[in-house]
Design a protein around this ligand. Structure first.
Ligand SMILES: NC(=O)c1ccc[n+]([C@@H]2O[C@H](COP(=O)([O-])OP(=O)(O)OC[C@H]3O[C@@H](n4cnc5c(N)ncnc54)[C@H](OP(=O)(O)O)[C@@H]3O)[C@@H](O)[C@H]2O)c1
Length: 293
């Protein structure tokens, strides 16, 4: 089975490449400079030439705050780019794997009582920001097209060894500051890139298609997450719990972002508790740093 990865230099794209390389799988990977998914003719050329069995779309416009002012650009990549890939996968009969986000849901604080296990895959979607709307538009391309060969995996609070994310930012800031303000009124659970890639392969190997959530087990706030990062990393930085109002951002953030993984559990996939995922990531980051020296 031959894989084609788009967005190869991002967090998830890099994780995919390391995974496929370690497993000695056949793959070809393209960064945005080599394969811009908004260029339909180029997408068709590349897919017809490479003839992959599986296309893994890790390309996305992910700048949540900038998307408020560049909503058209976010739609171009997250909706039109997905359409180009889906149409071309259809033409060459390749299976398409695509990723989406917790931000497609309304994220109301009271939803934590309605959905104590998190939003199920089929919960009503109503994004609160432009990035979320563009990702929802991408989901609809797959759902509403006449193409069945796809897996759509929603992840949340994504973090891993490569690229930038909350864990790496907190570790960097802890070397500079004694105290860091972190919001404690936004709840969710992190998805770890290594777990996302493993679970995606598990679903693929088990011939699953449709929508699945892959996320950590256990509901926490960003402040809880930061405290645990500092404690596990052995730093003395203190987390000052603040509200979202004290940390204004251009794009509105959902107050509740927890993704239910019950559907994934029904496939017999082993779920990952968020603290365990964090331990694994910190271990990988330590090794990664050593490898870089
Ligand atoms: N990060 C999170 O917290 C989070 C949370 C929930 C869901 N997700 C979803 O998870 C997936 C992976 O996210 P990630 O964190 O790995 O994102 P990322 O690190 O921002 O990587 C995205 C990659 O897509 C590339 N890209 C952007 N526009 C492109 C285009 N037109 N054609 C081809 N490539 C393009 C970017 O390249 P350039 O840098 O060169 O533009 C970048 O390397 C995305 O679908 C994202 O929406 C992420």
């Amino acid at each position: 089975m031959r894989f084609l990865i788009t967005g190869a230099n991002g967090q998830l794209g890099s994780e995919w490449i390391h995974f496929l390389r370690d497993k000695k799988k056949s793959y070809i990977a393209y960064g945005s400079d080599q394969l811009n998914i908004t260029n339909r003719a180029r997408v068709l050329d590349v897919l017809e030439r490479d003839k992959p069995d599986v296309v893994v779309n890790c390309a996305a416009y992910t700048r949540v705050d900038e998307a408020e002012e560049k909503a058209d650009l976010a739609l171009l990549v997250n909706r039109d780019g997905v359409k180009n890939l889906a149409d071309c996968c259809n033409l060459i009969q390749a299976f398409m794997i695509h990723y989406s986000t917790d931000y497609v849901f309304p994220g109301l604080s009271e939803d934590q009582f309605k959905y104590p296990d998190g939003y199920p895959e089929n919960a009503g979607r109503l994004p609160v920001n432009a990035y979320g709307r563009s990702k929802l538009a991408g989901e609809k391309i797959l759902e509403e097209g006449d193409f069945q060969n796809w897996l759509l995996i929603r992840v949340a609070w994504l973090c891993g060894e490569y690229g930038s994310n909350f864990v790496k930012t907190m570790l960097r800031l802890s070397a500079e500051r004694k105290e860091i303000g972190v919001v404690d009124d936004q709840l969710g659970s992190p998805s770890f890139t290594f777990d996302v890639v493993e679970k995606t392969c598990f679903l693929l190997e088990n011939n699953k298609s449709g929508v699945y959530h892959v996320s950590g087990q256990g509901l926490i706030s960003w402040a809880d997450f930061a405290e645990s990062i500092f404690q596990k990393a052995g730093t003395e930085t203190i987390v000052k719990r603040i509200s979202s109002n004290q940390f204004p951002q251009k794009a509105k953030r959902p107050a509740f972002s927890y993704l239910s993984t019950k559907k994934l559990q029904q496939t017999n996939a082993a779920l990952l508790e968020w603290g365990n995922g964090l331990d694994q990531l910190l271990y990988r980051l330590k090794n990664y740093k050593t490898k870089q020296i």
